[in-house]
Design a binder for this molecule. Structure first.
Ligand SMILES: C[S@@+](CC[C@H](N)C(=O)[O-])C[C@H]1O[C@@H](n2cnc3c(N)ncnc32)[C@H](O)[C@@H]1O
Length: 309
């Protein structure tokens, strides 16, 4: 899989609409966005978060100069805790926040991280390897009804009941310990669709979302917008599926609405006072050329919020 950062120029252009000097890359990953931001603006401080220690370790080497100069500060933490984590380093407000949600191609490519059904590895899927709860715990310990529920809710998997049943049947004889075993169980539970996506795609997505509390983190960071932004600040978020995009879209709609009153209420303190505006109503999406170079970009959507000055 390619390690090209998705919507790189569009998202960094959006972020740097702010002329402020304190920015956050909430999802460092392979450092593509961080490198682009640092190369375009020499006068800023960039705080880069990741849950994954391996990504931070790579960045310590790659960006040694910027770190030594004090232009880049790495934070091992969840962007859901952005306010507290920034406060710990003396920052109470920022001029821009970029989120490039989800899993990185580096994580998927490393079989030993257990994100991939295409390469066998331990059933893990933790972005943060210091967290005790992994895909192994979920698959081997959760009740059948809960498995069924999350496969349906976070994977939109039509055969969730059957798959959950097969998992419980198998784990009663021995634990399900690797991604190939899980993938084979799923393959055996769903009808063949030669033209469709790999049958394990949806269930793996659901497990990953739950193990890493991905949607909770997005919800939490969205609640910090706009109060964490300075006037004129920017929030730019790239999402890869509708479960991630929906809460972003809803929150930004709320923040930019002129009136949030239910029709029955006569007066509202927020009327005609939106917190900011959207750069454009429809999300920014990758060009056909970007998609052909990087298939992961296919479903990407960038939404950008500008806080009032
Ligand atoms: C899509 S990748 C980012 C790629 C990056 N923008 C680049 O240019 O290489 C997402 C990264 O965010 C991290 N991540 C995901 N959820 C996170 C969270 N809630 N808090 C902090 N980091 C998170 C993942 O570990 C992964 O490394």
């Amino acid at each position: 899989m390619s390690h090209v950062s998705v919507l790189l120029h569009e998202s960094v252009d959006a972020l740097l609409r702010s002329s402020g000097t304190i920015f956050v890359d909430a999802t460092l990953g392979g450092g593509g966005h961080t490198a682009e931001i640092l190369s375009r603006r020499k006068d800023i401080k960039l705080y880069a978060f990741d849950l994954d220690e391996e990504r931070l370790a790579e960045a310590r080497t790659r960006f040694a100069v910027e770190i030594a100069d004090g232009r880049l500060i790495l934070i091992h933490g969840n962007y859901g805790d952005i306010r507290e984590r920034l406060k710990e380093v003396g920052v109470n407000a920022v001029d821009g926040i970029l989120i490039d949600a989800g899993v990185s191609s580096f994580q998927i490519d490393q079989a030993e991280r257990g994100f991939s059904f295409a390469k066998n590895g331990p059933l893990d899927m933790r972005m943060d390897q210091s967290q005790p709860f992994s895909a192994y715990n979920l698959v081997n310990e959760w009740p059948q009804e809960d498995l069924e529920k999350i496969f349906f809710k976070y994977g939109e998997e039509r055969f969730s009941r059957k798959i959950a049943g097969r998992i419980v049947e198998r784990r009663s004889s021995e634990p399900i310990a690797d991604t190939a075993t899980l993938s084979n169980i799923i393959r055996g539970a769903v009808p063949r669709d030669p033209k469709g996506i790999h049958p394990a795609t949806r269930v793996f997505q659901a497990i990953r979302i739950v193990v890493n509390k991905e949607l909770e983190s997005i919800e939490k960071v969205l609640q910090e917008i706009p109060s964490l932004l300075n006037p004129g600040g920017v929030f730019a978020a790239i999402s890869f599926h509708s479960l991630e995009d929906r809460p972003i879209k809803e929150r930004l709609k709320f923040l930019t609405a002129a009136c949030i009153c239910p029709p029955t209420i006569m007066t509202c303190p927020r009327c005609n006072k939106p917190e900011g505006e959207l750069v454009q109503r429809k999300p920014i999406i990758p060009t056909d050329e970007e998609i052909s170079q990087n298939p992961r970009a296919r479903s990407a959507k960038l939404r950008v919020f500008l806080k009032n000055t």
